[in-house]
Design a protein around this ligand. Structure first.
Ligand code: NAD
Length: 358
């Protein structure tokens, strides 16, 4: 297989974790005889410094012309005083919009070696493996009318939840296809007992499901889901939901696993997907070889699985991460008594060695 990958290391720890992920990607390429051609460009604060804007046209063109985008993180205190439109984080919105990334996939997987990092009881979280599929470009964040209007007694704030059949169909397709790569169960989250937009959501998801008879479909109201995620998270495989509900539930699911540095994400559209860890640029630890590269390395595994349909290669990376944790190696953020502390580079090297054994 031959693929072109656009790599944006970005800012802060992005510069440290991306090289570790690339080492792993190259090792997979060599082992399976795939050609992964990586091309680098700047986004975020780094791009503001060199080109004056967070998403220069050359960077966007490179992303559009690639088979997938790998991104570290953007942002930092240096650029916090800039106008909102010129901030590093605008690069992410620009990429989402320009690449048409309408689906955000956020897995929350519990590695048994890290069970003590969670705030929940071990028996509740041991073995959880949930994938939240969030609709990313529709719903109440974009629906119109919106705004704050004057009234005779004060003001009123307005936002509108809107979903069309097309928007629901395409996100449901992503969820059912993702479930086929996993345990073949989709739980669709809505508020169909109160909201008309949710009523349509449920109707369309049921319709799309007819194409996926091998996948089980369940429905759950969002308030119940919020409760079930902490009560019995193992009941979930793929959770599909709207932009607003997904924003909240994906953070709740992530926290079940206890560490922000461990988790990858994928944003998928019609053509080029973008893969990045869920955390930010962590300016407090940047440049100190302290960052956990696992979320970034796991993002490479997601890219191989979802963008290139290489599940075996992705699984090997997951195994190498698992072995490294089982051997007791930790970065500072997940360190506990009796474990061995590693820096970012050493953690990357250890995962690479274990990849050779997996
Ligand atoms: P953050 O995720 O960068 O950091 C939050 C805390 O988690 C910090 O204490 C940090 O040290 C720690 N942390 C995060 N990733 C880690 C890792 N891999 N290993 C070890 N520890 C890790 O969130 P923040 O501090 O709110 O934001 C910092 C900057 O990042 C801001 O400019 C923000 O806008 C930006 N940001 C970018 C993205 C992105 O690029 N997708 C996402 C969130 C925040």
């Amino acid at each position: 297989m031959k693929k072109r990958i656009c790599v944006f290391a970005g800012d802060g720890i992005g510069q440290e974790i991306v090289p570790e992920a690339i080492k792993v990607l190259e090792a997979i390429g060599t082992r399976f005889d795939h050609s992964f051609e990586c091309e680098y460009a700047q986004v975020g604060g780094a791009a503001i410094d060199s080109a004056g804007i967070p998403l220069p046209s050359e960077s966007l063109a490179l992303a559009k012309d690639s088979d997938a985008v790998l991104l570290g993180a953007v942002g930092g205190p240096k650029w916090e005083g800039l106008d909102y439109e010129r901030r590093p984080e605008r690069a992410l919105l620009g990429l989402r919009e320009q690449l048409g990334l309408f689906a955000n996939l956020r897995p929350a997987k519990m590695y048994s070696a890290l069970i003590e990092a969670s705030t929940l009881k071990p028996e509740v979280i041991d073995g959880i493996d949930v994938l939240v599929v969030r609709e990313l470009t529709g719903g109440i964040y974009f629906g119109k009318p919106k705004g704050i209007e004057q009234t005779s007694t004060g003001h009123k704030g307005i936002n509108t939840e809107v979903y069309t059949t097309e928007e629901i169909t395409r996100i449901a397709e992503v969820a059912f296809q993702a479930a086929r790569k996993r345990r073949c169960l989709v739980t669709s989250i809505d508020k169909a007992n109160v909201l008309e937009s949710s009523e349509l959501w449920r109707r369309v998801v049921i319709e799309v499901h007819k194409k996926y008879p091998d996948v089980e479909l369940r429905h759950m109201y969002v308030d119940n889901c919020a409760m079930q995620l902490v009560r019995k998270p193992k009941q979930f495989d793929v959770v599909v939901t709207t932009n607003l509900f997904g924003d909240i539930l994906s953070d709740e699911a992530a926290m079940l696993t206890g560490s922000i540095g461990m988790l990858p994400s994928a944003s998928i559209g019609s053509t080029v997907g973008m893969f990045e860890p869920i955390h930010g640029s962590a300016p407090d630890i940047a440049g100190k070889n302290m960052a956990n590269p696992i979320g970034m390395i796991a993002s490479v595994a997601m890219m191989l699985n979802y963008a290139f349909d290489l599940p075996k290669e992705a699984e090997l990376i997951e195994q190498a991460i698992q072995m490294t944790l089982d051997q007791g190696f930790r970065t500072k953020d997940i360190e506990s008594e009796g474990t061995t502390l590693l820096g970012t580079m050493e953690m990357g090297d250890t995962i690479l060695q274990n990849l050779g054994r997996a």
